[in-house]
Design a protein around this ligand. Structure first.
Ligand code: FAD
Length: 306
């Protein structure tokens, strides 16, 4: 049996794609083929598939919506598990003045944040423009406009590569700037619980609209990208350093530093992963030369590059 046939039998319900171009699964629209890409429909099926790959010593990688990924042009040798809209069961429970939200890792963060805000719950407005999944957002401790996942999470259920499931309290997650224990120790988020206070629905939705207006105005949302390419170096803003180094609009092939927001590298047409990687190295080099500051990628690089 082929790898795909084995996985199909093991996971049960779900989609299995062979030799699947990763550019179809990343917001950068870049990336060569994964040997197999699996979208499991059930948590149990996913955990069985994961365990089987581990026993067979087949490399695996977990993605959500692929909105923070640069996948190499030669693709990924092994199995990519996509935890996206497939595992997104959500419950919103009102309890006096607080609202508890329990959602699967595959829930789309922006929609979840909009739904919760529309219920008149404050604190999730920051996430209404982040195009990732809840699982990816926990792993990255995603944040914007002064808010981050750390502010709203109560607990997270996760599984490790051995199939052990455990619940992490907020403190145990060790969430920091775009980092978490989940990411450092290779846990995989299955679901998360968040708690919100009830507030003034009108004011909350006005903030959602305002943040969305700011994003449209300042970010190159009309081009494929993976959001901010670099982390914010302590005491600086990556976009400002890049702009001040004269790199606005700098191009390698079709990879380009956005004219609208220098913190974003965009795919201006048919950029390859290699174009982006070379551009990132050039940008880091020029910024270091000028300001003595290194830029660390926020985007995760996976798979095989040229
Ligand atoms: P992916 O890109 O698929 O994966 C990212 C990382 O998370 C990988 O290491 C992956 O292995 C891991 N991961 C994914 N799912 C799981 C899981 N279930 N369990 C464990 N690990 C997992 N980010 C911000 O923080 N703030 C912003 O304001 C912001 N704005 C953006 C705007 C645009 C236009 C774009 C394209 C991106 C933006 N991002 C932003 C980046 C990105 O949306 C976030 O990092 C998001 O949280 C990534 O989620 P994802 O599901 O797409 O993860």
């Amino acid at each position: 049996m082929t790898l795909a046939e084995n996985l199909s039998e093991i996971i049960g319900e779900g989609q299995i794609l062979e030799n699947e171009p990763m550019k179809n699964h990343t917001t950068f629209r870049i990336g060569g083929p994964a040997d197999v890409l699996v979208c499991p429909e059930t948590e149990d099926g996913f955990i069985r598939g994961l365990g089987w790959c581990r026993r067979q010593k087949i490399p695996v990688y977990i993605i959500g919506n692929g909105s923070n990924l640069l996948v190499g042009d030669k693709g990924f040798r092994g199995v990519v598990f996509k935890i996206c809209r497939n595992l997104d069961k959500t419950d919103i429970i009102e309890e006096d003045s607080v609202v508890r939200v329990h959602a699967g890792a595959g829930a789309m963060l922006a929609k979840l944040a909009k739904d919760v805000s529309a219920e008149g719950c404050g604190g999730f407005e920051f996430a209404t423009g982040i195009p990732g999944t809840l699982g990816g957002a926990v792993a990255m401790n995603a944040g914007a406009y002064g808010g981050e996942m750390k502010d709203i999470l109560k607990s997270v259920r996760a599984v490790d590569m051995e199939g052990n499931i455990r619940e992490f309290s907020l403190e145990e997650l060790k969430l920091g700037y775009r980092t978490s224990r989940i990411q450092k120790e290779d846990w995989i988020v299955l679901s998360a619980e968040m708690v919100f206070e009830k507030g003034d629905a009108g004011a909350i939705m006005a903030r959602v609209d305002e943040l969305s207006r700011q994003r449209r105005e300042k970010q190159p949302l009309e081009y494929p990208s993976a959001g901010s390419t670099f982390k914010r170096p302590e005491g600086y803003f990556a976009g400002k350093l890049i702009q001040d180094a004269g790199l606005k609009g700098y191009r390698v092939g079709d990879a380009m530093v956005s004219e609208k927001h220098s913190g974003f590298v965009i795919n201006a047409g048919a950029a390859t992963a290699d174009d982006v990687r070379r551009l990132m190295a050039d940008v880091d080099g020029r910024v270091y030369e000028k300001f003595g500051v290194h830029l660390e990628p926020e985007v995760r690089l996976i798979g095989e590059f040229e």
